[in-house]
Write a protein that binds this ligand. Sequence first.
Ligand SMILES: Nc1ncnc2c1ncn2[C@@H]1O[C@H](COP(=O)(O)OP(=O)(O)OP(=O)(O)O)[C@@H](O)[C@H]1O
Ligand SMILES: [Mg+2]
Length: 309
Amino acid sequence: MSAIFDRRFLIVIGKGGVGKTTVSAAIAMEAARRGKRVLVAMCHTKERLSELYNVAPIDDKVRTVLPNIDAVNMSPETALTEYGVIVLKSKTLANTIFGNRFVAAFLKGVPGLDAWTMLGKAYYHATTVENGRPEYDMVILDAPATGHGLDMLRVPKVLMDVAPPGLLRREAEKAWSLFQDAERSGVVLVSLAEEMPANETIELYAAVTSELKLPVARLVLNAVLPPLFSAEERKEICELPKKLSPGTTLASLVLASRARALREGVQEDAEKRLDDTLKLERTNLPYIFTAAFDRTDVEQLSHAFATTS
Ligand SMILES: Nc1ncnc2c1ncn2[C@@H]1O[C@H](COP(=O)(O)OP(=O)(O)OP(=O)(O)O)[C@@H](O)[C@H]1O
Ligand SMILES: [Mg+2]
């Protein structure tokens, strides 16, 4: 299995709000520093990458946002027309067909088509060669949150099973063989170091590996508080409030320390459970205390991947 920065297709997946876009942005920055040309592909979302990078809003047209980093917020309609252009080899023809309201209404009713057009577009960018070199060295798919992300990844398999022999099935097979190849692709699981998110991450890992049989490249724990106390100190701090009269500044400080100590204990337990169960390589990203989380913060997080091969 190759290291994440040698792979050309990364699927960043996790529960809603855990930091998938932040992690995608940070990995892209580290890859760009290594001289790789990267595309961050979001899936028809209320995109926040532009805020994280302090750039203009990102739409469904691929655009360079930072040196070596392109980004797109894929839309199923645009992706479908682009797909049509590739297949029909004519922009005019594709626009005529897909711009037709009856065709559009028909296609809207095809289950999984939206997901497939976006996955297919991401796959296409990961494999296109221009002037003898790949268009991108790495495509990072910032996948929809857990359930929707899994549904999206299920689509190529369904197409392989039910689509009649032909172009659609062939394309799905090609994409699926890239996604399943641990040398070239990998899933990056993003989680928080807390009990419930850890449990959900374990379930997500099971679905990704047992059901979909996709290689998992790494676990990223986001927003981890850097530990201030050892296990021994945590125990002592938890006993302290009893020994102090309430209402004093010192008592308040001790209560604050206890809250932090308890939280660090929860983090440690979650980390251990995830490590014992998943046995994955793990990167911890620190919680950053800031009023406006933006490019300098993502850049700081990206350095956590500097030692990752
Ligand atoms: N390490 C961190 N330290 C502090 N704040 C963070 C950190 N990571 C993320 N955040 C904050 O959490 C917000 C949500 O993160 P992000 O948008 O990456 O989550 P997401 O998983 O992509 O969410 P969604 O499921 O909505 O797409 C960020 O905009 C940022 O403000
Ligand atoms: Mg996101």
